[in-house]
Write a protein that binds this ligand. Structure first.
Ligand code: UN1
Length: 499
């Protein structure tokens, strides 16, 4: 394994079944955030012409792919799931190397793609519509799902294989063809996913991958008139532009953006369990999950012991290269993210918060070549402070206090996001009340705000998204369009609402 570490992958775009250089002839580097000297790969920096080629290939392939029976399309996904299982360790190691998350988490990212492959492959024999009586005699009525066409996908770096799989697999089983533009920080993991699909037998042109940056390669994908639907996961700022642009073209568009997820700890909670959950929710994936626990709301009665335990445990987290055994938290993905964390700590202190631990970049001998930020806990935070309202996307968690469940829920709901929330309590009544009243798309009872499973809807309310869901059967609703079919076998004209 050690030798494989220094291989630099030279990659091309996949367009219409051919691996081709970008027409721009430009490239960009994929570097290891734990060690800037480690060059993981060199990828094409594509432009609008490359995107247009990919869309044309996908458009052509759609004419035959849509006619392949869905159970046959699903067989390719089953095979892809099996191949991913066989390749899991290698793909996980490469993912840690390009993105930083610790190896057990990279394995779980690949596992999430495997789960999605098998779950969506099962849909090949379902894709249910409805049959229903007609109001007229000798007439049959049903609704069927039809593919939407060429789907454009723009995916983030934090779940570099899982999130592309959430988009590609349902789209494919439904009979769509795809052009994907993965994040420039994690092109290799998306490439691995696409290579797996090709090895599993996916016909030419059904999936195309175009590497590059948002303005040059992402924007032309959103704007292309032959792209019939767009799915985007990323920042709120870019998501707003994607949504507005898609709306102007009347294009269905699925947006999944930020979160400012709250964990509520009641006075009757199992404190040890809550501390354990908080550590995982706040510092898992170095806080770089949309579902990361970024606000911990503590009942005044347990605030002190909880805080003591959390600070002590956070201070002991081993931060380092995610490929090394025993490391518990990896680097942030790049310099820009480190700068965001640093700036938010500065803002929080200026707003009057207290820094309990962390708050700075780690630059000792073991950390010098990478983007390491210490696990950071801020207390004395008020719900209206920027640090309690805005997404940081780093290992920075805030502590707030409350007196009653009602107040806790009010604070939890007082942000513009609505992705995930959690409550720790042993009181079943409070658990159910929170489940009902938390304004988020995902709610956990006695678990942190992360850990969604692929067969349930994933997404949120308010500024988190625009109402669509990934995962679960909700994904099928985005990647298909309903067709209502009436079959009249009466041999006469029957007029609905008249006869
Ligand atoms: C994300 O939060 O960015 O629910 C995706 C989870 C993972 C996916 C997270 N299964 O924690």
């Amino acid at each position: 394994m050690a030798a494989a570490k220094h291989i630099t992958r030279q990659a091309n775009n996949l367009i219409g079944g051919k691996w081709v250089r970008a027409r721009t002839r430009h490239t960009f580097e994929d570097r290891n955030p734990a060690n800037a000297g480690d060059l993981v790969g060199v990828f094409p920096a594509s432009g609008a012409h490359d995107v247009a080629d990919a869309v044309a290939a996908a458009k052509e392939a759609f004419q035959s792919w849509r006619l392949v029976p869905a159970p046959k399309r699903a067989e390719i996904l089953f095979r892809a799931g099996e191949l991913l299982t066989a390749r899991k360790e290698q793909y996980a190691r490469d993912m840690t190397r390009e993105m930083g998350k610790v190896l057990i988490e990279s394995r779980s990212d690949v596992q999430e793609a495997i789960d999605t492959a098998f779950y969506m492959a099962g849909e090949g024999r379902r894709l249910f519509g409805q049959t229903t009586p007609s109001e007229l005699p000798n007439k049959f009525a049903m609704s069927v799902r039809a593919p939407v066409g060429v789907c454009g996908m723009i995916t983030p770096w934090n779940f570099p294989m899982a999130i592309p799989s959430w988009k590609l697999f349902p789209a494919l089983v439904c009979g769509n063809t795809c052009v994907i533009k993965p994040a420039e920080d994690t092109p290799l993991s998306a490439l691995h996913l696409v290579e797996t699909l090709i090895d599993a037998g996916l016909p030419k042109g059904v999936v195309n991958i175009v590497f590059g940056f948002g303005p040059e390669a992402g924007a032309p994908l959103v704007e292309h008139p032959d792209v019939t639907a767009i799915s985007f996961t990323g920042s709120s700022e870019v998501g707003r532009w994607v949504g507005q642009t898609a709306a102007a073209c009347m294009k269905p568009c699925s947006l999944e953006m930020g979160g400012k997820n709250a964990m509520i700890v009641m006075e009757d909670a199992n404190l040890e369990l809550a501390v354990e959950g908080a550590l995982w929710g706040a510092f898992g994936t170095t806080g770089q999950r949309c579902t990361a626990t970024s606000r911990i709301l503590l009942h005044k009665k347990i605030a002190r012991p909880f805080t003591q335990q959390l600070v002590e445990r956070a201070g002991r987290l081993r931060v380092g290269d995610g490929l090394k055994k025993d490391v518990q938290m990896g680097p942030q993905v790049n310099e820009q993210q480190i700068e965001t964390s640093r700036r938010y700590v500065e803002i929080a202190l200026w707003e009057g918060a207290t820094l309990l631990t962390g708050g700075k970049r780690l630059q000792g001998k073991a950390h010098a070549p990478g983007c390491f930020f210490a696990p950071t806990i801020l207390s004395g935070v008020l719900p209206t402070m920027r640090i309690a309202q805005e997404e940081v996307f780093g290992p920075v968690v805030t502590l707030l206090q409350f007196d009653s469940l009602e107040q806790a829920i009010e604070i939890a709901n007082s942000v513009s996001y609505g992705l995930s929330a959690s409550i720790y309590t042993r009181d079943v009544n409070r658990g159910y009340q929170a489940m009902r009243d938390l304004e988020t798309g995902i709610v956990y009872i006695n678990a942190p705000t992360i850990g969604a499973e692929v067969h349930l809807p994933f997404g949120g309310v308010k500024q988190t998204g625009n109402g669509h869901r990934e995962g679960g059967i909700g994904a099928l609703d985005f990647y298909t369009t309903w067709k209502s079919v009436y079959v009249d076998y009466s041999d006469r004209l029957q007029r609905a609402q008249i006869d």
